[in-house]
Design a binder for this molecule. Structure first.
Ligand SMILES: [Fe+2]
Length: 236
């Protein structure tokens, strides 16, 4: 599907309540991980505005060692969503840091012109659990719902009351338009948006002990679960 086609879907969502535009499987559609390698103006804008300490391919990012770009890894991507779209519980590959910008204006205006419609901005609601809580949470979810959070990556949306009732400490916050969310290594998170939104995100491999320690630990889990991560073959 092209962005323009998804724009038409968003327009329908704006004009109708989302429940009326679910597909035959009852799903609400999101357009995720869209490559923007060729969006030079947007990339240049981000490079100029984002501090080097968490900017993709900066001197602080170990992913800058790659000799050439790898789509979805060394470059940012955009995500387009409608009201009710959500991303399920997951941690980033190799527990990399993630940076996520909820657009308020600028690039969003350029896309609005291209799509001939208004596409936001709106708020995204974030939930996050520190890695130290995960062993306990994994057991709770397995026992209560028969879900293995490692194997069902991104397809389970935890209930906040379930977390609180079971003593899981979590972070819950609203990402307003223009806000940037930074998540540390090994932070499990899930997100829901409250309207049509556009976000740009990227991973960041900090050159610090915490990041490398977490990456090695996740690598060991991947071996046990037979999960293959492209990055492993390059770094380790
Ligand atoms: Fe994520």
């Amino acid at each position: 599907m092209k962005i323009k086609n998804y724009g038409e879907y968003q327009r329908e969502c704006v004009n109708n309540i989302p429940q009326n535009i679910r597909d035959q499987n009852g799903m609400i559609k999101s357009a995720l991980n869209i490559d923007i390698t060729n969006w030079k103006q947007h990339i240049d804008h981000l490079t100029a505005q984002i501090p080097a300490q968490f900017l993709f391919k900066s001197n602080y990012d170990a992913l800058s060692f790659f000799k050439s770009d790898i789509k979805g890894l060394t470059n940012p991507q955009i995500h387009l969503k409608v009201e009710g779209s959500w991303s399920g519980l997951h941690e980033e590959h190799l527990r990399l840091r993630t940076v996520n910008l909820n657009h308020g204006k600028g690039i969003i205006q350029a896309l609005e012109t291209y799509l001939s419609m208004k596409i936001g901005p709106n708020t995204c609601l974030w939930y996050a659990i520190g890695g130290d809580q995960i062993p306990k949470f994994q057991q709770l979810v397995q026992g209560s719902y028969k879900i293995d959070i490692y194997k069902e990556r991104g397809s389970y949306f935890p209930d906040i009351d379930f977390c609180i009732k079971n003593g899981i400490k979590l972070h819950y916050f609203a990402q307003e338009p223009g806000d940037i969310v930074l998540l540390g290594p090994g932070s499990w998170h899930w997100v829901k948006c409250s309207g049509v939104t556009m976000n740009t995100s990227w991973n960041f491999f900090g050159k610090d002990i915490l990041q490398f320690d977490q990456a090695f630990k996740r690598q060991e889990i991947n071996k046990i679960l037979s999960i293959k991560v492209f990055l492993l073959t390059i770094f380790f």
